[in-house]
Write a protein that binds this ligand. Structure first.
Ligand code: F6R
Length: 615
């Protein structure tokens, strides 16, 4: 969703802001713009399309500006156009504003301002903020105070950065609901929607809290006149956020999974337990979870809240937690949970799963659960994110920044982190014996190697993917944990290739979807050996009998499958739930190679935003 970058210091502000916007491109956007001060005047340049289109429109004199704000816009109010692109300014051209979020009462505010003589030039809700701040500034003569008064009148969610001709070298920054972080360099300061644009300059940051108005100058920042110190040090390196020789971030992140999961395991598993020692339970590093063993023992139920890919990880977590801890698990879209008056009580442990930690619907569900007295734990990748701060505790995934819009390493990281949590729950609740817990930890430690083996077949998977790239539709079938994987495989394909795909519980085929099968329909089947294998084989036969083309993801040692299907992709099958991670690799590669084969922009698929900060 929309991205904000602001800079003030001695450097070339416009160039630094534009570079920052490039780092935020992954969030999804359709237009971009910058505002800067030159000779005491506000200059605004905006462009529809990519940041590179904006760069081409910048006048040479922009290089002299030392403070600037910039924005990538993901259209909500008003179509993508130059007029609707941010920054927006007040009529006199003294205040420029960039905004991420939605001003819910903008229509009423706009009418009021129009009555006072303000003339609007765009269809956006944001322009209201520019006029409002300007009006309020006339009355109080102070930038942070005017911003504070404006946000007192605004309903909805926002992050704003404000630049004004009255305050050269200063920026105001504020947020409610949408993320905003300030970076402290040496004689230079940045504000941004996330840490990535800040990392090349500094790792010392301050995450703004709701309704705080930060007064930013090159030498530091103040809140209500008091100096603010950095609150966090970011551990991600700037290089981790680069493509590092890969054609796309998505491909890089697919290939990073072995290393990412090794890191996750090393961070979350303190001691895998001594083999042969019947009392030797594994020990985990889950101190950030901030839920006592007593609370975990007393929990009556787990409710998972998540959206999209994270929801699919939640469905896999249900199987894990029910098996390891014998605790009932309910998996919910946060978007539905939060508006349904859900039946929860303080005995319920609520798990929020979110790569970004900023997804508005998941965050809303976690907040509601907290209000109802539940313990809330979030499984997250982004340190300092809003969910990290608002949940009682969190389980960090440590898989490094995920830039590709289609989630890959964060999905497998979620599964792995949730497995650690599930084993921990099983141990604490006395369900797992030490050898059982150790065996599960060993399975997890084995996964990076299994992913390496799956990646070694990337060329074979690519060949198969290209065979099916011209399909208009595709189905993904699975049973048990294969079902959430089918959902995830279909989601990946839809997102990056724009081919219509559906994930279906294979048992449901006979209840309707089998009508879709014809000789043009590729059907990807999660067909690993296990309790449901015979049933999956029956589903495959039903599809084949109707002319469908079946691509099976099968166990390395399945000798019969090849004769039953059109194509086989094999993965090493350790007969455990960690297969869900291993099977994800070919699903990701299929989506990636089909999308590349079709010439799609896989890292920035159309209409999608990486961080969905509005409902
Ligand atoms: C799909 C994808 C999305 C996200 C969803 C939730 O590849 O990335 O479906 O999983 O928008 O995002 P987070 O995990 O940040 O809450």
């Amino acid at each position: 969703m929309c991205g904000i970058v602001g800079y003030t210091g001695k450097g070339p502000a416009v160039e630094l802001v534009v570079r920052g916007l490039e780092k935020l491109e992954y969030r999804g956007y359709d237009s971009a713009g910058v505002a800067f001060l030159l000779g005491g005047k506000l200059r605004v340049v905006r462009a529809v399309g990519r940041v590179e289109d904006l760069r081409r429109k910048l006048p040479p004199e922009a290089a002299a500006a030392t403070s600037a704000i910039g924005h990538t816009r993901w259209a909500t109010h008003g179509r993508p156009s130059e007029l609707n692109a941010h920054p927006h300014s007040d009529g006199a051209g003294n205040f420029a504003v960039v905004h991420n979020g939605i001003i819910e009462n903008y229509a009423r505010l706009r009418e009021d301002l129009q009555r006072q003589g303000c003339v609007f030039t765009s269809e956006t809700d944001t322009e209201v903020a520019a006029h409002l701040i300007s009006r309020l500034h006339e009355a109080c003569g102070d930038l942070p105070r005017a911003v504070e008064r404006a946000i007192g009148m605004i309903e909805g969610t926002f992050a704003f950065a404000v630049l004004s001709t009255h305050y050269p070298g200063r920026l105001a920054a504020t947020r409610r609901g949408s993320p905003l972080v300030a970076g402290f360099g040496q004689g230079e300061m940045l504000v941004a929607s996330d840490a990535l644009p800040i990392l090349p300059t500094t790792h010392d940051v301050y995450y703004l809290k709701d309704d705080q108005v930060l007064d930013v100058e090159p030498g530091g920042a103040r809140l209500k006149g008091e100096a603010v110190a950095p609150s966090d040090h970011i551990h991600w390196s700037a290089e981790e956020a680069e493509r590092g020789g890969y054609e796309h971030f998505m491909l890089k992140e697919i290939h990073e999974q072995p290393a990412a999961l090794r890191k996750l395991a090393s961070k979350l598993i303190e001691d895998p337990g001594a083999p042969g020692d019947p009392g030797g339970f594994p020990r985990f590093r889950l101190d950030e979870m901030r839920v006592t063993a007593e609370d975990l023992r007393k929990a009556t139920r787990v409710v998972v809240v998540a959206q999209g890919t994270s929801y699919h990880a939640g469905l896999i977590a249900r199987n894990m937690i029910e098996r390891t801890a014998r605790l009932p698990v309910q998996v919910e879209y946060g978007s539905d949970f939060r508006y349904r008056d859900p039946i929860v009580d303080p005995g319920v442990l609520v798990l929020g799963i979110s790569q970004s930690g900023e997804t508005a619907d998941t965050l809303g569900a976690v907040r509601l659960a907290k209000e109802r007295g539940c313990r809330t734990v979030s499984v997250l990748n982004v340190q300092g994110s809003t969910m990290a701060r608002e949940s009682d505790g969190c389980v960090p995934m440590h898989v490094g920044p995920e830039i590709g819009v289609a989630s890959t390493k964060a999905f497998t990281g979620q599964i792995a982190a949730l497995y650690v949590l599930a084993i921990h729950l099983g141990v604490v609740r006395g369900v797992l014996t030490a050898p059982e817990a150790r065996r599960r930890v060993d399975d997890l430690l084995q996964v990076p190697q299994r992913i390496d083996e799956a990646l070694a077949q990337a060329a074979h998977v690519r060949e198969i993917a290209l065979k099916y790239k011209d399909a208009e539709h595709a189905l993904y079938l699975g049973r048990g944990t294969g079902f959430p994987l089918a959902l995830e495989g279909a989601l990946k394909l839809k997102e990056v290739s724009y081919i219509h795909a559906e994930g279906i519980d294979a048992a449901e085929m006979k209840h309707g979807p089998i009508a879709l099968i014809d000789e043009k329909m590729p059907v990807f089947v999660l067909a690993l050996q296990g309790r449901r294998y015979e049933k999956i084989v029956s589903n495959i036969q039903e599809v084949k009998a109707r002319g469908g083309r079946v691509i099976a993801i099968a166990s390395h040692d399945d000798r019969e499958i090849a004769a039953r299907v059109d194509d086989v992709i094999r993965v090493h099958d350790d007969r455990g739930i960690m297969n869900s991670i291993v099977c994800s690799i070919p699903l990701q590669l299929i989506a990636y190679h089909i999308a590349v084969g079709l010439g799609r922009d896989v890292d920035k698929p159309r209409n999608l935003a990486k961080s969905v900060t509005v409902e």
